[in-house]
Write a new protein. Structure first.
Length: 455
């Protein structure tokens, strides 16, 4: 079973004004409880070049065509942070406030940002205006409603001539279905789709919200994204969130290498993994860079972390003599989750300049029992080691001819060795530098993979 390795060429070269700040988009999240109290959370994104936003409170316009209800709702600044993986450092401001609503069924909340969008934007006509951020939602007493929220920070930069993905990682606390689409009719004047290479036209998966793009031209672009929330029991539209995002395309000059999990299956809808309820399951990812001082980081997000009483966790190891990280997602799903889901887990790779998202869909297939055949696995010890270690093949591999292969995180095969598996333990001696490696054990019927650490 060949190992999938993505070699992603990264870098940037773009000039920007020394002192200017522009709106880079935003979104409004809404939560309405059973009494009609609506809480609004406004996110505003800016490129930061020395000019403060200047407002600690702004007003949202809330209206309903059903009852002619109209109100101006003040929201106050509650937090400010920066997302530093863009040429123009992205600042995020979050405002929050609440009001009481009559059960008018359909509402619209909107905010027009202060001036202005960047004059460098290439795919719109009127550049001297701000963004119009809008969310439509319904409220019928006593039914609460929560619009879609995004677990991942926005990404503002894409490399030219490289297929890239950004996963919003949507989550709806109500468990409603979400449908995604691209567009900006009525929101962005003179909007046109950003330029793409023939393979990799800007698109968004209608079911998952994963944004994919292989841009063909450097520059600054704006994208409009719609997320519709549909009630699973009634089939009615509960909300529509318009999320505006500015994307900067830059030249691709450096190298970042990603090792996705080995124990996933590639399907038309993306990578999938089958987990067993009642036992510990893991997904391991690797990240390395040709730059010795790269600011590497690994993060994981997704619904498994948000489930009640979930034991899902993500840990990251850094290796001292190799500029690389290994992340391990671990989850022992409760037996009650058998057949539920599927659940999406996103791995976010960063090098201090670019961000790349890789998402795995996890299916919970059943509960492990004594009758299930797990005899094709193998045990590796000691691990970490100095390069000398022992393998204990499972019972199903006894008497088989097996091959052991060792790869580095760049995907290069460093060692291959064949054995006639006639004993319960095999000894392997490797003369390799300190670092993280991937080891596969293959027979005619089985392929097993594991992580090997040499210290």
């Amino acid at each position: 079973m060949p190992k999938l390795l993505l070699s992603l060429l990264l870098g940037f070269a773009i000039s920007t004004p020394s002192f200017a700040s522009h709106i880079m988009g935003g979104v409004i999240n809404v939560s309405v409880d059973s009494t009609g109290t609506a809480t609004f959370e406004l996110h505003v994104y800016r490129d930061v070049r020395g000019i403060p936003f200047g407002f600690t409170q702004v007003d949202l316009d809330v209206s309903s065509a059903t009852t002619a209800f109209q109100a101006s709702v003040p929201v106050s600044l509650v937090s400010t942070d920066t997302i530093s993986d863009t040429p123009r450092v992205m600042e995020r401001l979050i405002f929050s406030g609440s009001t009481s609503l009559p059960p008018a069924v359909d509402y619209t909340v909107s905010y027009v940002t202060p001036c202005c969008l960047s004059i460098s934007i290439l795919n719109m006509s009127n550049l001297g205006i701000g963004s119009t951020i809008t969310t439509k939602f319904s409220y019928t007493s006593p039914n609460a409603n929560n619009t879609v929220v995004y677990l991942n920070d926005p990404v503002g930069k894409f490399p030219k001539d490289s297929l890239w993905t950004y996963d919003f990682m949507p989550y709806d606390v109500d468990g409603d279905s979400i449908h995604w689409s691209l567009g900006a009719t009525g929101y962005i004047q003179g909007y046109t789709f950003p330029p793409s290479n023939p393979v990799g036209t800007l698109s968004i998966d209608p079911h998952t919200g994963v944004l994919s793009w292989n841009p063909s031209q450097t520059g600054v672009y704006v994208v409009g994204i719609f997320a519709e929330e549909w009630d699973n029991s009634t089939g009615t539209l509960q909300s529509e969130t318009y999320h505006e995002l500015q994307l900067i395309v830059v030249d691709d000059t450096s190298q970042l290498m990603i090792a996705p999990p080995n124990n996933v299956t590639t399907t038309p809808s993306g990578p999938t993994a089958d987990f067993l309820a009642g036992t510990t399951n893991t997904l391991e990812v690797g990240l390395t860079s040709s730059f010795t001082n790269a600011n590497l980081s690994l993060q994981a997000s997704g619904e498994p972390f948000l489930l009640p009483n979930s034991n899902a966790s993500f840990s990251v190891q850094k290796f001292k003599k190799q500029d690389s990280l290994v992340g391990t997602f671990t989850w022992n799903p409760d037996a009650s989750l058998k057949g539920a889901g599927p659940y999406r887990v996103n791995f976010r790779f960063r090098d201090g300049s670019f961000t790349y998202d890789y998402t795995v869909t996890v299916n919970i297939n059943g509960v492990i029992s004594l009758n299930e055949d797990l005899s094709s696995s193998f045990t590796l010890y000691p691990n970490p080691s100095k390069g000398n270690f022992h393998l204990q093949p499972g019972i199903a591999l006894q008497g088989e001819k097996i091959e052991i292969q060792v790869f580095n995180l760049n995907g290069s095969q460093l060692h291959a060795q064949s054995f006639d598996c006639t004993s319960s333990e095999l000894e392997v001696n490797l003369d390799l530098p300190e670092g993280v490696y991937l080891i596969t054990l293959q027979s005619n019927q089985y392929v097993q993979c594991s992580k090997l650490i040499i210290e």
